[in-house]
Design a protein around this ligand. Sequence first.
Ligand SMILES: Cc1cc2nc3c(=O)[nH]c(=O)nc-3n(C[C@H](O)[C@H](O)[C@H](O)COP(=O)(O)O)c2cc1C
Length: 222
Amino acid sequence: MRVEQALRNRKSCRAFLDRPVDAEIIRSIIAGAARAPSNGNLQPWQIYVLTGNALASLKQATRQHIDDQAPMPTPEYQVYPKPLKDVYDQRRQAIGEDLYRVLGIPREDKQKRRGQFAKNALMFNAPVGLFAYIDRSLSYGQWMDLGMYLQSVMLLCEEHGMATCAQGYWTFFHETVRQATGAPDMFMLACGLAIGFEDQSAPINEVHSARVAIDDFAVFVD
Ligand SMILES: Cc1cc2nc3c(=O)[nH]c(=O)nc-3n(C[C@H](O)[C@H](O)[C@H](O)COP(=O)(O)O)c2cc1C
């Protein structure tokens, strides 16, 4: 598969099939993505992969929290700044509305919207849960490196016919995730990544996220 094709194919999958993923393929993807560049070759990615009972227990614990209608725990870091500038807030709201429109859930139906949001806790039924950590002592530059690593994982998954969904959602449940992964406290959870095979019959997977036009974000100076 050409890189361009993998880039075009990749999208956030929010409904996965009940189909297991070959453990060796996952291992090769996790290893292969480490060819991503990093400033000073620090390779700051710390990856934990949960499958089987380990992932099932994490999903169950998190889902229980949601079912109990307990307040969302405090994330370890603020994924979005508060307030979020209008320009970004509008983009964020637009993708949310696109998702709920496809599902036919109106703005007023808070319960159904919460129900859909809660599917994050089940990793949208994905059989593999990757959790990306970063050493707390590191800085902005290394977060950039981690992002490049994660995009590399996502593109390699595409090449293997698999789908992914990055999930900042897990930052709320960093303590529950830490119990499941056993990651030491010096590592901070950056995000989760659901991996599996796309359920192509699920309406939510029809969403095609928009992008701003090139001249709205790129300047060419000759
Ligand atoms: C770091 C990161 C965290 C994300 N967190 C979530 C999440 O918690 N739940 C979710 O459904 N999508 C999440 N997404 C997916 C974004 O909403 C998605 O990438 C964006 O809307 C663009 O759509 P696309 O990935 O289909 O191109 C996340 C994406 C990234 C990169």
